[in-house]
Write a protein that binds this ligand. Structure first.
Ligand code: ARG
Length: 462
């Protein structure tokens, strides 16, 4: 069949070209956006008097019919149509004849694809925000139930200071809050309508882009058409925002993998979100967390790939830009299923507080407290206090006990300025609760953080 653009061509396209050039196999995902855009465009063409009411009625009728044909799987996608824009246009022309041929007045596929893709990305930003908020609610709930669970806080993956488990979880709540804000600000920044920019330079037709913009719920039309048809920042932003979110997800996943190992056993995944081994009958593997960590690779890849496609492209539209979609679809779909399953895996996680408490008694977590005690109570200069504490730690190792259980009698032998009040100071729970500085791990501060995030999630302290 002759192509819509075949006027100047003498020969038919080769089938290899059709396969190579066409985007229909993947951009058919944009049919709803394409149809919504066309309905808005046609409505505007009627309002400004370019098309008649009768023509537009037919066009909208046909567009809706096409939408239900695609919804119900009856629509026949032909690669000869090249992309979703021409597939829909040729079908409506089949349905209503002449009027269908008028729909493309004052627009181009360049602004059409910019519109469809932007609508898709904006919608997906909102979907991801919703899922992130669900995850936040789950995490805040987990934190609420665990603000008195002691765990070893680490640096360099070595025991450092006692913290509470809720505080650790809230670190991730902070990260996901920033992620949510990034998706939100991307919506704000990109909420401008591309339609009516036409090929690159606008159009001599007396159109009204403000009408299409408000029909499609954008804030305003974009200001410069040349930029608009070349711009894929909105796509790069969602890829970057998903990537950063996956930095956080993968760190959390990694910790869960470590924590669920026999060496730690801080947490146990529910059977519903664990998998077995085909050969080792005893195994229960944290595949969900491993896959979340692993999927980070493709998500980063998609970002790098679009950055590379866009780099150095001359203005305005270039066919290279057809390569923008698959990576975005993949990252978006990966983000959506990952957030759903992550939420479930965390919600059903069993927290083994006794194992965390046991682990706190390894590694002299309260050594800094002893040094601080020597400074605060005994007036010892910090450097000297650090040295004395080092000797106390060596002595505890020799006695094969943890510093928190050493007792002041043993400690006095190392430095006579140490008194019985040190026992309180070196208790693990007191150590955790002594860190009352703003944003610290004490239960008091942790509960404040929980309240802060709860209010934020409820939209109270934006
Ligand atoms: N299928 C194209 C894409 O995905 C649509 C825009 C085509 N524009 C053009 N002038 N060939 O980017």
């Amino acid at each position: 069949m002759a192509k819509m653009w075949s006027g100047r061509f003498g020969e038919e396209s080769s089938s290899l070209l059709e396969e190579f050039n066409g985007s229909l196999p993947f951009d058919k995902k944009l049919y709803r956006e394409d149809i919504a855009g066309s309905i808005a465009h046609a409505t505007m063409l009627r309002e400004v008097g370019i098309l008649s009411a009768d023509e537009v009625e037919k066009i909208i009728f046909a567009l809706k019919q096409v939408e239900s044909e695609i919804d119900s799987g009856k629509f026949e996608f032909k690669i000869s149509d090249e992309d979703i824009h021409m597939a829909i246009e040729s079908r409506i022309t089949e349905i209503i004849g002449e009027a269908g041929k008028k729909l493309h007045t004052a627009r181009s596929r360049n602004d059409q694809v910019a519109l469809d893709f932007r609508l898709y990305v904006l919608r997906k930003n909102s979907e991801i925000i919703k899922l992130l908020k669900n995850l936040q609610a789950t995490l805040i709930n987990l934190a609420k139930n665990s603000s008195d669970i002691l765990m070893p806080g680490m640096t360099h993956l070595q025991h450092a200071q006692p913290i509470n488990f809720a505080y650790h979880i809230l670190a991730y709540v902070s990260m996901f809050k920033r992620d949510i804000e990034r998706f939100e600000s991307s919506i704000e920044r990109n909420n401008f309508s591309p339609i009516g920019c036409a090929a690159l330079a606008g159009t001599p037709h007396q159109i009204n882009r403000h009408i299409t913009s408000s029909l499609l719920d954008f804030k305003e039309p974009t200001i410069n058409c040349l930029d608009t048809v070349s711009d894929r920042d909105f796509a790069l932003e969602i890829l970057f925002n998903i990537s950063t979110m996956f930095v956080h997800i993968s760190r959390f996943a990694e910790e869960l993998i470590i924590w669920s190992s026999y060496e730690f056993k801080f947490v146990t995944f529910s059977d519903a979100y664990s998998t077995g081994s085909s050969i080792m009958p005893q195994k229960k593997n944290p595949d969900v967390a491993e896959l979340l960590r692993g999927k980070t690779g493709r998500v980063f890849g998609n970002l790098i790939s679009l950055l590379t496609v866009m780099k150095g492209l001359p203005l305005a539209y270039n066919k290279d830009m057809q390569e923008d979609k698959e990576g975005v679809f993949d990252s978006v779909e990966t983000a959506i299923i990952s957030l759903k399953i992550f939420d479930k895996a965390v919600a059903t996680l069993k927290i083994n507080s006794e194992n965390m408490a046991k682990a706190c008694k390894i590694g002299h977590l309260t050594a800094t407290d002893l040094a601080d005690y020597l400074v605060k109570v005994c007036n010892v200069p910090f450097r000297e206090a650090h040295h004395i504490t080092g000797r106390a730690v060596a002595e505890a190792d020799r006695l094969n006990i943890d510093l928190s259980e050493m007792g002041y009698i043993n400690l006095q032998k190392i430095d006579s300025r140490i008194n019985s009040d040190v026992d309180e100071i070196l208790s693990l729970r007191n150590s955790m609760n002594s860190r009352k500085s703003y944003g610290g791990t004490s239960q008091e501060q942790t509960l404040k953080q929980i309240a802060f995030f709860e209010n934020w999630l409820a939209g109270l302290n934006k």
